[in-house]
Design a protein around this ligand. Structure first.
Ligand SMILES: [Zn+2]
Ligand SMILES: [Zn+2]
Length: 214
C-alpha cells in the first residue's frame, strides 16, 4: 500500500495520500491547503487522484479541495451534515486567516454510513462518527482508520464547536470504532498516528467506555 502523510496549513493538519501502489489510483484525505505540495506527491509517484475524501467540513481540513479537484478532476466526498461547510468555505477561511484561500469544488458527492469507496483495489468503508461535527466520518481500511478530529493520540477532538457533542463523540467511538481490531493504526487529523489498542488502554477520554471497564 502507498500512504504518505503531509502536514499542511496553519493548524498543522494531516493530509493523507492513499493508494494501493505507486502508479495507481489514489485518494487524498483532507486536502488541508498547500495544494501544490499534494500535487507534487501525486506526480512524483505517478498517482491519479480520483477521489478527495473529507473527514469533516472544518476549513483547516477542506481548504484545498476546490483547487485540488479542479487540478485533478477528482470528486469530493463529504457527509451531507457537514456539506454546508463547503458553501461557506470562503467565509470560514476569511475568519481563520483573514484571506480567501480557496474556492468551492464543483464535483461533490455525499457520504452515508456504510458506504464503500474503491480506491484502485482498496476498499474503504465509511463510518459516520459525529461528535466533533455533526457530519464527521471516519474511513476504515482493514488495518487503518482515518478519523479526522474524532480521536487523537492521547486525546479527542474538540466538542465545543458548532455541532459538537461529547456524548455523541463517545457514542460514535463505542459503536463504530471500539470493536475494530486493536492493532488498527489510527491516523488522526492532527498529530502522530497511534493504535486503537493503545488509545483504549491509555486515552483518558476513552478509559471507562464499553469494554474499558472489564
Ligand atoms: Zn475539526
Ligand atoms: Zn482539525
Amino acid at each position: 500500500m502507498f500512504l504518505e502523510r503531509l502536514v499542511l496549513g496553519m493548524l498543522g493538519t494531516n493530509c493523507f495520500v492513499l493508494a494501493e501502489r505507486a502508479g495507481g489510483e489514489a485518494a487524498v484525505i483532507d486536502p488541508a491547503g498547500e495544494v501544490r505540495k499534494i500535487i507534487s506527491v501525486l506526480k512524483k509517484n505517478e498517482l491519479r487522484c480520483g477521489k478527495i475524501l473529507l473527514t469533516h467540513g472544518h476549513a483547516d481540513h477542506v481548504s484545498g479541495c476546490g483547487p485540488l479537484s479542479e487540478a485533478t478532476g477528482a470528486t469530493v466526498y463529504i457527509h451531507p451534515l457537514d456539506a454546508d461547510a463547503l458553501r461557506s468555505i470562503k467565509n470560514q477561511l476569511v475568519g481563520l486567516t483573514g484571506r480567501v484561500l480557496a474556492t468551492r469544488p464543483q464535483r461533490i458527492k455525499h457520504l452515508s454510513h456504510g458506504d464503500r469507496l474503491e480506491v484502485g483495489e482498496l476498499e474503504l468503508e465509511v463510518l459516520h462518527t459525529p461528535g466533533h461535527t455533526l457530519g464527521g466520518v471516519s474511513f476504515y481500511l482493514p488495518g487503518h482508520l482515518f478519523c479526522g478530529d474524532l480521536i487523537f493520540a492521547g486525546s479527542i477532538g474538540r466538542t465545543d464547536l458548532k455541532g459538537g457533542s461529547l456524548q455523541a463523540l463517545l457514542q460514535a467511538v463505542e459503536e463504530h470504532v471500539w470493536d475494530l481490531p486493536g492493532e488498527t493504526v489510527i491516523h488522526p487529523g492532527h498529530g502522530p498516528e497511534t493504535t486503537l489498542e493503545r488509545e483504549k488502554r491509555s486515552n483518558p477520554f476513552l478509559i471507562g467506555l464499553r469494554g474499558g471497564r472489564s
